[in-house]
Design a protein around this ligand. Structure first.
Ligand code: HEC
Length: 259
């Protein structure tokens, strides 16, 4: 109970600073824990690009396989690392003190990251790495200033730069349009993110989809029982409704002869 309370408090504190760098509007994401293909793609991206540095210790491979409807044999053959069993938690071998020395900060466990930072923050974070030669790893991030993580998805997204250009005006992340013509309003602005053409394997839309699936997966791991909790919730309400009717009829029966 107390633990739950402390957790709720820390989650609140988390969302308070989850707003990111000053004035940076977050892109919003509508996660869907029922979209199994998206979760499976997200898992595959996570295991390929993130699990080397970040553990997900609260999640066992087996639970993921069951929830995402991946046959255990396939999971063991293609997902679970050789030195792990399917019932194991998703830990990593990288010692965190050495990692802290390499990156300036240890890569944190990501089991609950979307609860700590919020889905929108994580979604925006993964899309706003940009080249910054003043940083040790050559990259910085719009919502995580002086970030210690390399842009591991750069081969997919391409090299992104902060430039001054004539670009659509956005307010709170929404492109503003001319009310008469319906065209986006353009203006000279600085601090606009632009991918250097031909440097990434994916188009902007394809990269967005990869990040959508990845964050969808992380949001699922942060709350793996959400789908079943919602289903049970419906049964509970149905039960209360039916029981309410029976209770009412019973009451009428008991009180029928008392005037
Ligand atoms: C080479 C190691 C490495 C890889 C691979 C890596 N990260 Fe990181 N990540 C880090 C480090 C180090 C930090 C801590 C940065 C800091 O505190 O400055 C970090 C921080 C983060 C954070 C912010 C955590 C916080 O403090 O709130 C998120 C979210 C994150 N990583 C997601 C990912 C995802 C998703 C992937 C896979 C696409 C990934 N990382 C791959 C090293 C890595």
């Amino acid at each position: 109970m107390i633990k739950g309370f402390v957790f709720a408090l820390s989650a609140l504190a988390g969302s308070a600073f989850a707003a990111g760098g000053p004035g940076v509007p977050l892109d919003s994401i509508d996660v869907d824990p029922r979209d199994k293909p998206s979760l499976q793609r997200g898992m595959s991206t996570f295991n390929q690009y993130c699990l080397g540095c970040h553990s997900m210790e609260f999640q066992r491979y087996e639970r993921t396989a069951t929830d995402l409807e991946i046959p255990a044999k396939l999971m063991e053959a293609h997902v679970v690392p050789a030195h792990h069993k399917i019932g194991d938690q998703q830990t990593i071998a990288m010692p965190s003190d050495a990692a802290a020395e390499w990156f300036g900060a240890p890569p944190p466990d990501l089991s609950l990251i979307t609860r700590k930072r919020g889905n929108d923050w994580v979604y925006t974070y993964l899309k706003t790495f940009y080249t910054d030669p003043t940083r040790p790893l050559g990259v910085n991030n719009l919502v995580f200033e002086k970030v210690g993580m390399p842009h591991v998805l750069q081969p997919l997204q391409g090299e992104q730069r902060l430039v001054c250009t004539n670009a659509p005006v956005k307010e709170n992340g929404v492109v503003q349009t001319d009310p008469l013509t319906g065209n986006p309003i353009l203006a000279d602005q600085c601090g606009v993110l632009e991918v250097v053409e031909g440097t990434g394997q994916l188009s902007a839309e394809e990269y967005d989809q990869v990040i959508y699936d990845l964050v969808n997966y992380m949001a699922y791991v942060a709350e793996p029982s959400r789908v079943s909790a919602e289903r049970i919730g419906i049964y509970v309400l149905l039960f209360l409704f039916v029981f309410g009717i029976i209770g009412y009829l019973l009451k009428r029966e008991y009180w029928k002869d008392i005037h």
